[in-house]
Each structure stands twice: as C-alpha cells, then as structure tokens.
Design a protein around this ligand. Structure first.
Ligand code: NZQ
Ligand code: ZN
Length: 392
C-alpha cells in the first residue's frame, strides 16, 4: 500500500425527511445569503424545492435561485451563476439535485471567489478556494455529494473536463433515499452503473497488497448487484434505495481508493461520449467499461480473474485464468444490460465514423501534448481507437 492523506469532512444527514434540516445545516456551516441551484425542474415538480425553501425561511436565511442545470452541465450557466453570486453577495451555494447540479454549484463556488476564468480549474489549476457548498441529493450516481471533484462541459467545442480540490468537498450533504423514488428507471440504472464504475476505476490498480480496499470495493459492487435489480423492479423499495444511495457516496469519496494507484480509463473515454452525444454518463460507462476491461485484460489477468470469482461468482480456472477473467467481464456486461443499459454504440446513439475524433480529443484534448492517458494501462491514440472499436 502507498502512503496517503485522507480528509473527507462532509457532514451527512441521511434518511427520511432529512431535507427538513437543510436550513439548520446551512446556518451551522455559516451561510446567510444562499444561492439555491437546481436542474431542469424535477425538484420543482416533486415539491422538494418548496420544502427546502421553507426550511431556509424557518432559519431566516435569505436566498436567490438559479435553475436550469442540464445533465452534463454547461459552462454558460456557470458564468451566469458566478455573476449572480458577486452581484448579490452570496456566501453559500446550495445544490438541490443530482451530480450535474452539484458540479455546476462547485464551479460557481470556485469562480465566484477567483479573478480569472473559472475554466482555468478545468484545465488543471487546483481548486484551493471556493464558497462553501451544501447539497440535497436526488439521485444516487456521481458521488459528487462527498467528492472533491466537478465535471463541466465547455460549450465552445463541447469539451467535458474535471476539476478537483479539497475546497470542492461539500460542507454537508442531505441524503434522503425517498427523494430518488421519482427517478425514471433509465436514470436509476445509469446511476447504479456509475457507482459500479467508480469502484472498478479504483479496483484496477498497479499497487500490490491492498486487500482492505479490494474487499471494500468487492463488497460495494456485490451490494449493487443485489440491490440494483430490486429498485428496477420496485422503484419504491426504500431499503434498496437507501443501500444504493450510501454506496454511491462510499464509492467516490475515495475511502476505497486510498493508498493505491487508480485507473479512470473508462471515465476518460466516456467523457468524450457524453460530451459529443449528450448521453447519460452512466449509460456511456455501460458501453465503455467492458471494452476498456477487455483491452486491459492481459495487463493483469489475475486481477480480473479475482473480481470475476469474488464478485461475479465465476469458478477459477487455474489452467486458464484468462477464461475466468473474460467470464467476469461478460457477467458485468450482462448485468448492465439486465438493468436496462445500452450495450453498444448503436444503442447509445454513438457513431462509428466519429471514433477517430473521439480518440483524438480523449488523448490530446485540453492541451495534453503527450497524447497519452495514464491509468491501469497507458493509452495512446491508437489504443483509444482500438478500445472505441470494441464498443461498436
Ligand atoms: O434536471 P432535473 O430536472 O433535476 O432532472 C435530472 C436529470 O434529467 C433527473 N433527476 C435527478 N434526480 C431526479 C431526477 N428526475 C426525477 N426524480 C429525481 N429524484 O436525472 C437526470 C440526470 O441528472 P444528473 O444530475 O445529470 O445525474 P448524475 O447524478 O448522474 O450526474 C451526472 C454528471 O455527473 C458527472 C458526470 O460526468 C455527469 O456530468 N460526474 C461527476 C463526478 C463528481 N463530481 O465527482 C464523478 C462522476 O464520475 C461523473 O463524471
Ligand atoms: Zn462517474
């Protein structure tokens, strides 16, 4: 195991009715003038926004609102939010929604206290300062409610990139699993897929002897394999929703990723898909993961065979571990199909003729002059092309 520092000080309020405590939490974490940021309207329709506003009123906290965050959140609304925060002297950002809303809130929070262009942070500048952020989460997926990350799409060129920094960790996150019961099945499944992928991205490591985090990851994926079909079958299964919601946080606040190198190749290649086709991030990952893993298989057959046995119930073929490893990838693929995720480019709405462009942007986008993506394996443009071809 490698040396590491780990500090993840988000306060979590979990369970039924927890959104009623939002106002008290904003007060506790120092907010007095709040920007409530939300998406395309699900929180208006469900009545959640009104309940959150009532809890702020109860604490005499003033607020302004900015809705309209799109899935794969765009830079345009971020600039608008930054202007608004400066004009109105906002001192706290409250995200009510999913990963897209939270990520847009984080970008606004950093941009509001920065003299330059907020996009600098999405070109590699570490985020060291931001307005404090709180979240009321409505979908178990991205893990942004506990992560120091944010992913934004720059409209000019439709480039999707991430930024990171401890200042991006929310001060608090409210997690009420009931709020996820209104999700369409496709979004629920995309969320489960994202959670599984966050776990795989950490499982695929070149660090030896990391059994504790290996076991945590395997346990969380197994929980998703058990709980996922329950909520697809019955969207109102509270306990299954609750298990998935907490797993989504655990999968991405990096408690499972400390002390080990990580992969992130599926995410790197997927971000080009959701940037170009505006597909759901999780749906893109469902297509990307089996292709990336198949391409990386021979780099460490035993690691893929281990997860095949421990998570996917495959029998170890000691004479031919590659067979076991491949079986594990196939069972993952079948699981994702069974919860309603796309299996190839066509079902995702992606086009084979774009592969050259996708690989070019993945490898050279945003000034990456080396043209190399580092992860579990090292990928250059010709590798990226080969991996995208496996997705067709
Ligand atoms: O916009 P509204 O109307 O709220 O509708 C949303 C949206 O259409 C809807 N939705 C959310 N909660 C709902 C609901 N509909 C009904 N009932 C509810 N309770 O679901 C749709 C998707 O929402 P979105 O916020 O886009 O989903 P998700 O949480 O999957 O976020 C995806 C974004 O997060 C990024 C992705 O790249 C993508 O842009 N990621 C962020 C990460 C991070 N910050 O740490 C890590 C991830 O790997 C990921 O890359
Ligand atoms: Zn993700």
């Amino acid at each position: 195991m490698e040396n590491f520092s780990f500090y993840a000080p988000t306060y979590f309020e979990f369970g039924k009715g927890s959104e009623e405590k939002t106002g008290a939490l904003v007060k506790r974490f120092g907010g007095s003038k709040v920007l409530i940021h939300y998406g395309g309207g699900s929180v208006v329709r469900s009545g959640l926004l009104d309940r959150v506003k009532a809890s702020l009123d109860k604490e005499n906290i003033t607020y302004i609102e900015l809705g309209g965050v799109m899935p794969n959140p765009r830079s345009g609304l971020v600039y608008e939010g930054i202007e608004l925060c400066r004009k109105e002297n906002v001192d706290f950002i409250l995200a009510v929604g999913g990963g897209s809303t939270i990520d847009s809130s984080k970008a606004i929070a950093a941009g509001a206290v920065y003299d330059g262009d907020f996009w600098d942070f999405y070109e590699g500048k570490p985020v060291t300062k931001a307005l404090p952020i709180g979240t009321v989460l409505t979908i178990a997926a991205a893990g942004s409610e506990g992560s120091p990350d944010s992913v934004i799409t720059k409209e000019e060129g439709m480039i999707k990139r991430g930024a990171s920094g401890e200042a991006y960790r929310p001060r608090f996150s409210v997690l009420n699993p009931e709020l996820t019961q209104t999700l369409p099945p496709y979004q629920t499944a995309a969320g489960i897929t994202d959670i599984i992928c966050h776990l795989y991205e950490r499982y695929l490591t070149n660090t030896k002897n990391v059994e504790t985090t290996d076991r945590m990851i395997e346990g969380l994926i197994l929980a998703m394999v058990n709980e996922g079909p329950k909520v697809i079958e019955n969207p109102n299964d509270y306990d299954a929703r609750a298990n998935i919601m907490w797993a989504g946080m655990m999968a991405h606040n990096n408690s499972c990723g400390v002390g080990r190198s990580q992969d992130w190749m599926s995410h790197n290649l997927e971000h080009e898909l959701s940037a170009l086709y505006d597909c759901a991030h999780g749906a893109g990952l469902a297509v990307a993961m089996p292709a990336v893993f198949t391409y990386a298989l021979n780099h460490d057959v035993n690691r893929f065979a281990k997860i095949a046995v421990r998570v996917w119930g495959c029998q170890m073929d000691y004479d031919n571990p590659e067979r076991t490893a491949k079986q594990g990838i196939e069972r993952l693929r079948q699981f994702l199909i069974s919860i309603g995720m796309p299996k190839n480019f066509e079902e995702l709405g992606a086009k084979e003729e774009d592969i050259e462009k996708l690989a070019e942007t993945a490898c050279y986008g945003n000034g990456n002059t080396s043209g190399t993506i580092y992860g579990f394996i090292t990928v250059k443009k010709e590798d990226a092309i080969a991996i995208y071809k496996l997705m067709v």
